[in-house]
Design a protein around this ligand. Structure first.
Ligand SMILES: [Zn+2]
Ligand SMILES: [Zn+2]
Length: 229
């Protein structure tokens, strides 16, 4: 039994033990070799910043989150799976070069992470604008959520045609509300708990804007989970 690592393209040899064959469990192909798996070390949730989810040695509110705290009520609580530096090349191949196959590499891990950090909240991926979708052909967040239950609740306007990562920090802070709630959800948000899912927490602006909007429709609690911080 041999298949190729989706990341380094090397052959992975999987020993199929007799005990496994006798267990009649469905065979799940391993998508990443052990060497690559070790490159992607997740953030330790026990010591991450309770505000934005960044990797830290102590679980206290980081400086960026202390600033958010003074100008935003209520505070958003974000959990992140990986440090951005760890998945930078992955994000560039998946999201920017558009290698959609790479969504599979972290589907299982990201979905388990989401399910472990939310209880009963509606899972809502951050949308991309029609303009971005026309170029990329897929929503990178929904790519990871394939097979799990989630709600398309929001729409996004185009942000002046510039991908967010190309704007400087100050420009990103000044962005106006880019989201709207879909008609079908307008009257159904009162007292609901919502967990927003996004790819990267950078300044936190995107997620705070989405949270503001959902609170204005009566949501009881809005939290968020990102693939990277
Ligand atoms: Zn590999
Ligand atoms: Zn923080």
């Amino acid at each position: 039994m041999a298949n190729k690592c989706l990341w380094c393209k090397q052959t992975i040899s999987q020993e199929l033990r007799v005990s496994f064959i006798m267990s009649f469990k469905p065979y799940v192909a391993v998508l990443m070799c052990e060497k690559c798996r070790q490159l992607f070390s997740p953030i330790d949730q026990a010591t991450a910043c309770p505000g934005c989810g960044r990797r830290q040695k102590q679980p206290r509110l980081c400086e960026d989150c202390q600033i958010w705290q003074t100008r935003h009520e209520p505070q958003l609580s974000n959990h992140a799976l990986f440090p951005y530096a760890t998945v930078q090349e992955y994000m560039s191949r998946y999201k920017f070069q558009g290698d959609y196959e790479l969504r599979k590499l972290f589907q299982k891990q990201f979905q388990s992470f989401i399910l472990a950090s939310t209880s009963g909240a509606l899972i809502v991926p951050i949308p991309i604008s029609e303009k971005t979708f026309a170029v990329r052909k897929f929503n990178q967040v929904e790519g990871w959520l394939e097979g799990m239950s989630y709600q398309r609740m929001l729409d996004a306007e185009s942000r002046d045609g510039l991908p967010q990562s190309k704007k400087d920090k100050r420009e990103r802070m000044q962005l106006k509300q880019p989201f709207s709630v879909r008609n079908a959800w307008e009257g159904r948000l009162k007292n609901r708990s919502i967990c927003l899912i996004d790819d990267v927490y950078t300044t936190g602006t995107t997620l705070h804007l989405a949270a503001d909007l959902l609170y204005s429709y009566g949501a009881k609690n809005v939290s968020s989970i990102t693939f990277a911080r």
